[in-house]
Ligand binder design. Structure first.
Ligand code: AHR
Length: 509
């Protein structure tokens, strides 16, 4: 007997749309082939950007996209990626086994075109390891200055009259590993220098809501001891003396399925089904734990003696990279290529629901990565584009963006069932994920408001290892589900085995 009571009068937090963000990087075929094919390509494109990928992302409208890395950010020199494409320097990309020539065809302007076309805000990652404070200053100046400075004029010459107004700037990437194998104290020193030097450009109006968002790297979310120590030590160091602005703290967490390199994305048994699904939920522990440490450490910050400085310090927790990482992807060409089954779709849904449930603690998150790498939403194979079941999850869950998390009470619920509900525009959206591989589950929903069912979307698969391919692009695709029937004041819903549903109820006033 599974019963859920839903009360939309009890609002429990705002679901930031940025929780549905994405991440693209110069790695494997994510950007080259996946997003950028070039204007002369036979593959249909908008000014070089792959048309079918752009069209699919337009529908999804990701609120934010993080670029150029990842680890790549700490090797990236932005000036290589501007100006005449035929004259751009050729470099070599070794990022995560990519091992390919990189001719810098996709740079700042191409990324901004990409963001404009799909309706996303950009989040730029600054090169700390092999770049410099000055390189970052010039990049911001180039992107955001409206006055006619030399760099602003260069931007205009390169095709963008108006400044890009890039709001989000991340300082380095994973400094504990590929970003410099630093200690938190070392990174805190770098962070102080970089953010102090950031030009505000058009973001200088103190009264405006908009401000340059300075993002610090957080710990490796997959290391339970190190991640606690890192965050304590980083904020401990920052708090000792005048503290710089940290608008957000970016933790990374991957759902590792890599104990053996042969842990496959597409060949697995029932045991591995449950292992991968169960382990994705650890991110909830990480979020709660990191949020608490940050709050605790901030309270210890030294008080300023400067009467002009405000004492309040506000820092959001964000998850800049998340997704399933299967061992077999290490051996794949292109690098870190993974297919996605309904197992990946389920872990994507559960992860997004963990963000939704913890929307008071976590404000932004980016799936790794959008195309052709790890937990992809889209795969490309020469001229063909495949939408993975993860794409459908993001599409189905779009309704929660900007909504209010609402109160649900479950006295009795199978441990294979996960429920989340939000409200927006007089609609209640209820997510039901049934991770049981074999058994359908009946759930009774009781509402404290008068509601009627409007629609059900469901994503399921006839086989746990099935995938969408060029020959069968729609094998796993969302469809309309069965409408729950109302009996004795309760809505009875049958959640199919291994499925994700979003049930839309209309509130009748
Ligand atoms: O997403 C692949 C890599 O994983 C990123 O480049 C890095 O930040 C992380 O370790």
């Amino acid at each position: 007997m599974n019963k859920i009571i839903i009360n939309s009068d009890k609002k429990e937090g705002y679901i930031s749309p940025e929780l549905h963000g994405q991440f693209i990087e110069f790695l494997g075929n994510c950007i080259y082939d996946g997003i950028w094919v070039g204007e002369k390509s036979e593959i249909p494109n908008y000014n070089g950007l792959r048309k079918d990928v752009i069209d699919a992302l337009k529908v999804l409208a990701p609120p934010i996209v993080r670029w150029p890395g990842g680890c790549y950010a700490d090797t990236y020199h932005w000036k290589n990626g501007i100006g005449d494409r035929a004259k751009r320097p050729v470099v070599y990309n070794e990022n995560f086994g990519t091992f390919e020539i990189d001719n810098n065809q996709f740079g700042t302007h191409e990324f901004m075109d990409f963001c404009d076309m799909i309706g996303a805000k950009p989040w730029f990652g600054v090169n700390v390891l092999s770049g410099s404070v000055n390189e970052m200053k010039e990049w911001i100046e180039y992107c955001n200055r409206s006055e006619e400075t030399e760099l602003a004029l260069l931007r205009k010459k390169n095709g963008s009259e108006r400044p890009f107004q890039v709001e989000y700037w991340g300082i380095g990437n994973e400094p504990w590993c590929g970003g410099g194998t630093m200690t938190p104290q070392m990174y805190a020193i770098e962070y102080r220098k970089y953010v102090t030097a950031m030009p505000l450009c058009d973001f200088h109006d103190a009264k405006s809501e908009r401000r340059l968002k300075k993002i610090a790297c957080g710990p490796d979310g997959n290391k339970p001891i190190e991640r606690v120590n890192w965050t304590k030590d980083f904020f401990g160091e920052i708090g000792k003396y005048r503290y710089p602005q940290i608008d957000a703290y970016d933790i990374h967490f991957y759902n590792w399925n890599i104990k053996q390199r042969d842990k496959s994305d597409v060949i697995f048994d029932e045991e591995s089904w449950y292992n991968v699904i169960d382990s994705c939920t650890e991110i909830e522990t990480v979020i709660k734990e990191q949020y608490q440490i940050i709050q605790k450490e901030i309270k210890k910050f030294s008080k300023t003696e400067d009467i002009c400085m405000r004492d309040e310090f506000q820092c959001d927790l964000i998850v800049g990279e998340w997704g399933n990482w299967h061992g077999s992807s290490f051996e794949k060409r292109p690098a870190l290529y993974q297919q996605s089954t309904i197992r990946d779709a389920i872990t994507s849904a559960l992860t997004l629901d963990i963000f939704h449930k913890n929307c008071n603690y976590v404000k932004m998150a980016c799936v790794a990565q959008t195309v052709n790498v790890l937990n992809s939403l889209i795969l490309t194979e020469e001229g063909n584009t495949i939408l993975t079941p993860n794409y459908d999850v993001f599409l189905m869950y779009k309704v929660h963006r900007g909504g209010q998390k609402i109160n649900i009470v479950s006295n009795e619920l199978d441990d294979t069932l996960y429920i989340f509900a939000s409200e927006k525009n007089s609609r209640i959206y209820v997510n039901v994920v049934n991770t049981d591989l074999k058994n359908n589950k009946i759930i009774d929903f009781e509402f404290m408001q008068n509601v009627k069912v409007e629609k059900v979307d469901i994503l399921k698969s006839d086989c746990m290892t099935a995938i969408n391919t060029v020959n069968e692009p729609n094998r796993i695709r969302k469809s309309e589900g069965e409408i729950p029937l109302k009996e004795d004041g309760l809505f009875k819903y049958q959640a199919k085995a291994a499925s994700i549903s979003v049930i839309c109820f209309e509130i009748i006033k």
